[in-house]
Design a protein around this ligand. Structure first.
Ligand code: NAI
Length: 336
């Protein structure tokens, strides 16, 4: 039998946490043959609720779940973890703007960076979910210099999955027949959902989405804004932000990163979107955590290279990079 993998979920008593921990315990993140030990962190204020989640996890009698650590102590939470899913953070309440919550989250992510660096397994893979996700991940990376930069990522897979779904609904095909959309940039309303390389499997073979969605106008406007604003639509409907879809997408992100993205579909394979540290690919400045198309193999992601970028895409990719650069300087100004 395999050794258990230790998975940390911060903010585990919150909405996403409550949906996410049973998915991990059922094998949706690391596979149906992979035992796990769950580490759950929350703040003192939510200690009792966190303990309640632990009680439920035990009551559910998951065969793969070999242990549960529920704690408000960051060092204990991070001890020897192999995967860290960072969901905890200061929420953006009604009437608050990004810049109001930035100072709080920057300090939280700076402190948790140090704890991970000191206590996590050296090859720990980190996924930041909490908003502002890209900038929180950047702060985490900058303040945990001994964790390889490649191990720190943020979640844009939910946006990716939302884009696949918009296309599948439009074409009345199953979502798994749509592939290779791209989310570029920030997990915010400036993100650029790109369908220029997206394909769909039809009864007459594989086609580019652009070949069969005749309506360019829809693809170049409504499709993009619907994906960008889907989070707000969920809040409007549920009076709460996306939780089960965020949790499920976080599992997709880690699963593909650890177990690999599907190979040989066409020469480029099937890719997914992940927020990763920019190496300058596609002219995106280094030093930002930016969402790119990536393929994964043997636990490592690499940015898909060589895609043609037209003028329309260029402008949108640069606009979301500009927002990230602004967030970065705001984050640093909070630290001074
Ligand atoms: P929530 O407010 O229900 O849960 C957050 C939890 O984090 C709370 O239990 C809170 O006590 C805890 N927390 C606060 N500070 C903490 C700290 N220092 N250490 C550990 N835990 C701490 O929020 P929800 O709905 O679960 O969302 C979590 C985050 O995920 C939010 O920032 C949200 O904006 C973000 N999000 C990101 C998505 C993405 O695609 N990247 C999608 C949906 C939400």
């Amino acid at each position: 039998a395999k050794n258990p993998v230790r998975v940390l979920v911060t903010g585990a008593a919150g909405q996403i946490g409550y949906a996410l921990v049973p998915m991990i315990a059922r094998g949706a993140m690391l596979g149906l043959d992979q035992p796990v030990i769950l580490h759950m962190l929350n703040i003192e204020l939510a200690a009792e609720a966190l303990n309640g989640v632990k009680m439920e996890l035990i009551d559910a009698a998951f065969p793969l779940l070999k242990g549960v650590v529920a704690t408000t102590d960051v060092a204990e939470a991070c001890k020897d973890v192999n995967v860290a899913v960072m969901v905890g953070g200061f929420p953006c309440k009604e009437g608050m703007e990004r810049k109001d919550v930035m100072p709080k989250n920057v300090l939280i992510y700076k402190a948790q960076a140090s704890a991970l660096e000191k206590h996590a397994a050296p090859d720990c893979k980190v996924l930041v979910v909490a908003n502002p996700a890209n900038t929180n991940a950047l702060i985490l990376k900058e303040f945990a210099p001994s964790i390889p930069g490649k191990n720190i990522t943020c979640l844009t897979r939910l946006d990716h999955n939302r884009a696949l779904n918009q296309i599948s609904e439009r074409l009345d095909v199953h979502v798994s027949d749509v592939k290779n959309v791209i989310i570029w940039g920030n997990h915010s309303s400036t993100q650029y959902p790109d369908v220029n390389c997206a394909t769909v499997t039809t009864s007459s073979g594989k086609k580019f989405v652009r070949e069969i969605v005749a309506d360019d106008k829809w693809l170049n406007s409504e499709f993009i804004t619907t994906v960008q604003q889907r989070g707000d639509a969920i809040i409007k409907a549920r009076k709460l932000s996306s939780a089960l879809s965020a949790a499920s997408s976080a599992c997709d992100h880690i699963r593909d990163w650890v177990l690999g993205t599907p190979k040989v579909e066409n020469c480029l394979g099937t890719w997914v979107s992940m927020g990763v540290y920019s190496d300058g690919s596609y002219g995106i400045q280094e030093g930002l955590i930016y969402s790119f198309p990536v393929t994964c193999e043997k636990g490592e992601w690499s940015i898909v290279q060589g895609l043609k970028i037209d003028e329309f895409s260029r402008a949108k990719m640069d606009a979301t990079a500009k927002e990230l650069a602004e967030e970065k300087s705001l984050a640093y100004s909070c630290l001074n």
